[in-house]
Ligand binder design. Structure first.
Ligand SMILES: Nc1ncnc2c1ncn2[C@@H]1O[C@H](COP(=O)(O)OP(=O)(O)O)[C@@H](O)[C@H]1O
Ligand SMILES: Cc1ncc(C[n+]2csc(CCOP(=O)(O)OP(=O)(O)O)c2C)c(N)n1
Ligand SMILES: [Mg+2]
Ligand SMILES: [Mg+2]
Ligand SMILES: [Mg+2]
Length: 325
């Protein structure tokens, strides 16, 4: 029989990355110092067995790694530097002690990379599915957080990398047996699904410039995330279909329309999508410090997203992942 308290002891970090941490795991709450020059950035996202993963789509290590990655991605979308995280785990008897340790090892891989301290959480039992909820805390220079509401007519619409690969990877995992022989491109889609890379260096670089930049991360699909920017900024966002080629999944024997569907409605890519003035965009392209793909523009109009192909324009529905539909 596993013991809750010895489990907590076993996952308590022995080292600290953040100097400002005064009290970590072991008291009623964590305590850390803050500085007047920065603002705290806090987010939480959960992963539920059967909804966000199955035992045959992610290993325990990947479940842990991804649960922290999706939260680091939300910090990136604000332009914040990751600092701390808290973990709530609800676990049924079907998960072994070894698997639980692997989940924490997965989180620890990214925590070491981004110098994040695990400062608390909660351990509870669950009758059935495993639930993992991670709260991430970061900071950003005062006034420098990048909001969804900053888009303006005339802006360039950009993304930081390929979109749709994660959905393609999930499809491959569900279609074929895991040990089937995948091509290199297929493998890279599966990796995008199982081990997404949050775009912290792009997010923090964009925030450091002190320019007007609207930013969001792609968790639910490009159509949903563009709509969130459009709604928050009250603008019309035009996606130029001709510019999407470099960011579509590179799978040879898959229809273009299927790839487009994954890009628009798949989700879980954790790339960043944003808008900024043509002038700032040109400076960013020239700087060579960041890779951005120009995929459209912003104009005045009702909060909406339009897909433009040649000169035909169609209204894009918010077709991304939705837990309640
Ligand atoms: N159950 C909830 N209670 C309070 N706030 C919530 C809840 N669910 C979502 N939110 C808030 O709604 C906003 C949008 O959430 P979500 O779409 O999950 O963001 P993201 O896609 O960036 O993770 C966030 O500010 C989030 O904190
Ligand atoms: C087994 C399985 N089925 C389906 C999916 C697809 N899926 C589940 S949740 C989700 C969207 C992202 O999750 P959400 O909780 O909406 O993240 P948030 O927008 O809050 O960051 C997607 C595409 C998956 N990852 N695994
Ligand atoms: Mg969320
Ligand atoms: Mg987000
Ligand atoms: Mg999120």
């Amino acid at each position: 029989m596993r013991d809750e308290f010895s489990f907590i002891k076993s996952i308590t970090p022995t080292n600290r990355f953040q100097q400002q941490l005064t009290i970590g795991i072991g008291d009623d709450a964590a305590v850390y110092k803050t500085s007047a020059a920065t603002e705290q950035v806090v987010c939480v996202d959960a992963m539920v067995e059967g909804i966000h993963f199955r035992r045959d789509t992610l290993s325990p290590f990947q479940i842990g790694r991804k649960a922290l990655a999706i939260n680091i991605s939300d910090l990136a979308a604000m332009g914040a530097n990751p600092m701390y995280y808290l973990v709530t785990i609800a676990v049924s008897e079907s998960w072994s002690e070894h698997e639980l340790q692997d989940i924490y090892a997965g989180m620890n891989e990214l925590a070491e990379l981004y110098k994040m301290d695990l400062i608390g959480g909660d351990t509870v039992s669950s009758k059935d599915q495993l639930v993992l909820s991670v709260t991430a805390i970061g900071n950003v220079r005062e006034g420098h957080a990048l909001k969804r509401s900053s888009a303006k007519p005339g802006d360039v619409l950009f993304v930081t990398g390929p979109i749709g690969k994660s959905a393609a990877g999930l499809e491959l995992l569900q279609q074929k047996e895991k040990d089937n022989s995948f091509t290199d491109v297929e493998r890279s889609c599966i990796r995008a699904h199982q081990e997404p890379e949050p775009q912290i260096s792009s997010g923090t670089y964009l925030a450091s410039l002190g320019k007007r930049i609207a930013l969001n991360d792609v968790s639910d699909g490009l159509s949903s995330e563009a709509m969130e920017l459009a709604e928050a900024s009250n603008v019309q966002i035009v996606v130029d279909q001709e510019k999407l080629h470099p960011i579509l999944p590179d799978l040879q024997d898959v229809d273009h329309s299927q790839k487009l569907h994954w890009l628009l409605n798949g989700g879980e890519d954790f790339q960043l999508i944003g808008t900024t003035s043509e002038e700032t965009f040109a400076q960013l392209q020239k700087s060579g410090s960041i890779t951005l793909f120009d995929i459209g523009f912003v104009r005045a109009g009702n909060a909406s997203v339009i897909m433009k192909s040649a000169n035909v324009e169609t209204l894009l529905a918010k077709g991304g992942y939705n837990h309640f539909s």
